[in-house]
Design a binder for this molecule. Structure first.
Ligand SMILES: Nc1nc2c(ncn2[C@@H]2O[C@H](COP(=O)(O)OP(=O)(O)OP(=O)(O)O)[C@@H](O)[C@H]2O)c(=O)[nH]1
Length: 637
């Protein structure tokens, strides 16, 4: 039973723990899913924002570059048209071309400068003081590109370091033709790429940004940051280049070959130009918020997890304590039920025992009210007895009876064990009752009531009296025995002294009684003894006492005699009474007796008087029996 209870508790605890674990796991998963969704959504938002920023930024930068190129191209167009006009009549002079390339009314632009190269590829003049005259540029792409039969318009060349200026340059060129279609030469504009780089640098509103302008042939024109390192770098192996080759604009994520940073890029090719521009923003810049969010979420998650673990442990602990307490309570209830059952059984047993006792058993509280009583009360006092429980002893049995036992009740309530006897009238019959009161103490030693047991000892008293009587009667003859003789002789002596009279004591012994026994048998001897006693009683007055001392010895007490003669006359009468044969089994038999007589003196006690009578008997026997002698004081016996 205990084992199954324990296993039930264990399984209940394990179930609770499992459910708690499942619940917490579900919550954790839900929390993780929510956090994942939030992070993903933040990531997407931030990524989209970054993309939008780079796209907008690349459009703005592209517009700027296009406008710069347009400015340079417009200067080129102006120069080619002007030189072409000069060439309508004759070969234009270097001075006149220089006047076109570097007009006196316009300050030379440091961002780009122009040069004129003749149809053979020889430098003629420039807008600056660079000594290009006589230098061959015939191998330069920006020259070679215009040698074909078709008009190419604006040619944009790949970047390279200027041969003379040593500056990072890229070139725009247009050819100059005579109206008749003959090539006069080309005008080339050298643009300092650092001009773009400067603009880019100023536009970088945060360090993680990068702006790159490339030539679609695969070289970097300008890039910030790291303009110098990256200028004219070949990028044909980069993502940027691959994307540019596929699409005029777009986005991609890539690790930069220049500075090694992971970025998200937006790019676009510039309208009708072999140029493309990309703006990148480092991933760490736009994922910062996400990382912070992630850190915050991780912290919140850790706190929630800690709270869950703590509360889970607390819940488990509380559950276990609750279970233990419930189990304890169950066991306590069980014990209590078992105790109650024991108590009920005990009470029932006690009630049965108490009811089966032939005695009045009750419990009375300190206010003398009956708390418990057995059924014997109804047996003794009858079915009419009113309900006792709750009533006082006085109410139940009246003032007279209560007052007769009040001293003992007080003693019991005072903590004493009391035992006493009373004779009371029950249903008009005198009954002898024995009361026993046993006080009941509480834990503090205070008397809270007492147990009573009242036994009807009337019968016992009767038996006692009879027994008492039996000890004073001779069983064979029915005459008083030695005990009674002794008491009654003492009483007689007392009375005699009071009345100034004397007590006569006759001590008798059957003559030759042994021979009766021996010849006729013991039963006949008994018959003789009985008839002898009866004959003695008939021979004396009713007030006189005839007693059998032992064997064949008898004593007669004569009360109220005035002189010894009275005793002697009684003795004589007795001796004479023996003259009639005894009627016993067998032939009738003459039985004689010897008598010793003593008369009391004032100082005599029973023993003394008996001794004197016995002494006189002795004399009678010696004298021949069948007679009597009076004890004479001082006589030799
Ligand atoms: N049948 C019978 N015999 C008894 C009883 N008590 C005593 N005796 C006998 O009585 C006899 C008494 O004898 P004694 O008084 O000593 O002698 P005795 O024969 O009477 O002789 P004397 O007294 O000298 O005459 C004994 O033999 C006893 O055994 C009794 O209750 N019944």
């Amino acid at each position: 039973m205990t084992t199954s209870l324990a296993s039930l508790q264990r399984s209940s605890y394990a179930n609770f723990r499992l459910r708690l674990l499942l619940g917490f796991s579900f919550l954790v998963l839900l929390l993780l899913a929510l956090m994942g969704w939030k992070i993903h959504s933040d990531y997407q938002n931030d990524r989209n924002t970054a993309l939008w920023q780079t796209k907008s930024f690349s459009q703005a930068m592209g517009a700027h570059v296009s406008s710069q190129i347009a400015v340079v191209d417009s200067a080129l167009l102006h120069a080619t048209e002007a030189i072409a006009k000069l060439g309508e009549e004759k070969t234009p002079s270097a001075a006149s071309i220089r006047g076109i390339l570097a007009p006196s009314n316009g300050a030379p632009d440091d961002n780009f400068w122009m040069a004129f190269i003749d149809a053979q590829g020889m430098g003629v003049t420039s807008s600056t003081n660079l000594p290009i005259q006589g230098i061959s540029y015939a191998d330069r792409p920006y020259f070679v590109a215009h040698l074909g039969p078709e008009e190419r318009g604006l040619f944009v060349d790949a970047p390279e370091v200027g041969r003379i200026s040593k500056r990072p340059l890229f070139f725009l060129s247009r050819r100059v033709m005579t109206p008749g279609g003959k090539l006069i030469g080309i005008v080339v504009a050298s643009i300092d790429a650092s001009v773009f780089a400067r603009v880019f640098r100023n536009a970088l509103f945060q360090p993680s940004l990068s702006i790159t302008l490339i030539h679609t042939d695969g070289k970097i024109i300008a890039r910030e940051p790291r303009f110098k390192e990256s200028f004219a770098a070949v990028i044909t192996e980069t993502e940027f280049y691959r994307h540019v080759k596929i699409s005029p604009n777009g986005s991609y994520e890539h690790q930069s070959l220049i500075d090694g940073q992971q970025r998200i890029y937006s790019f676009q090719t510039l309208d009708r130009l072999p140029l493309a521009l990309s703006v990148g923003i480092a991933s760490e810049a736009w994922t910062n918020g996400i990382e912070e969010g992630l850190t915050a979420a991780a912290a919140v998650f850790a706190v929630i997890l800690a709270v869950m673990v703590f509360s889970g442990r607390f819940a488990l602990h509380s559950f276990r304590r609750l279970e233990e307490s419930e189990a304890g309570q169950k066991s306590l209830n069980q014990d209590l039920r078992s105790l109650q059952a024991d108590l009920t059984r005990g009470e029932k047993r006690l009630r049965m025992i108490a009811d089966s006792l032939p005695a009045l058993v009750s419990y009375i509280d300190a206010e003398e009210r009956y708390v418990f009583h057995n059924s014997y009360y109804r047996h003794v006092f009858g079915a009419d007895l009113p309900a006792m429980v709750g009533r006082t002893m006085r109410e139940m049995f009246g003032d007279a009876m209560y007052l007769s036992i009040k001293t003992e009740v007080d003693a019991a309530l005072g903590g004493k064990r009391v035992s006493f006897e009373r004779t009371m009238s029950v249903h008009g019959i005198e009954r002898h009752l024995k009361f026993q009161y046993t006080p009941d103490f509480d834990a503090a030693g205070k008397v809270v009531g007492f147990y009573t047991m009242v036994t009807d000892i009337s019968d016992m008293k009767l038996i006692q009296a009879r027994l008492m009587e039996m000890t004073r009667i001779d069983a064979l003859t029915g005459l008083p025995n030695r005990n009674q003789l002794h008491d009654r002789l003492a009483e007689a002596l007392t009375r005699a002294r009071r009345c100034g009279l004397q007590v006569g004591c006759l001590y008798l012994d059957i003559d030759n009684f042994k021979s009766i026994n021996d010849t006729l048998g013991h039963a006949a001897g008994d018959q003789v003894l009985c008839q002898f006693g009866a004959r003695l009683q008939r021979s004396v007055r009713e007030a006189d006492l005839v007693a059998r001392l032992a064997g064949d010895e008898f004593v007669i007490v004569l009360e109220g005699i005035h002189e010894p003669d009275e005793a002697m006359r009684a003795a004589e009468k007795i001796v004479d009474a023996m003259g009639v044969p005894f009627d016993i089994d067998g032939p009738p038999r003459i039985v004689t007796t010897s008598v010793g007589i003593a008369v009391s003196d004032d100082g005599d006690d029973p023993d003394a008087l008996l001794r004197k009578a016995d002494a006189a008997l002795y004399i009678t026997k010696r004298a021949g029996k069948n007679g009597f002698e009076l004890h004479v004081p001082g006589a030799v016996t």
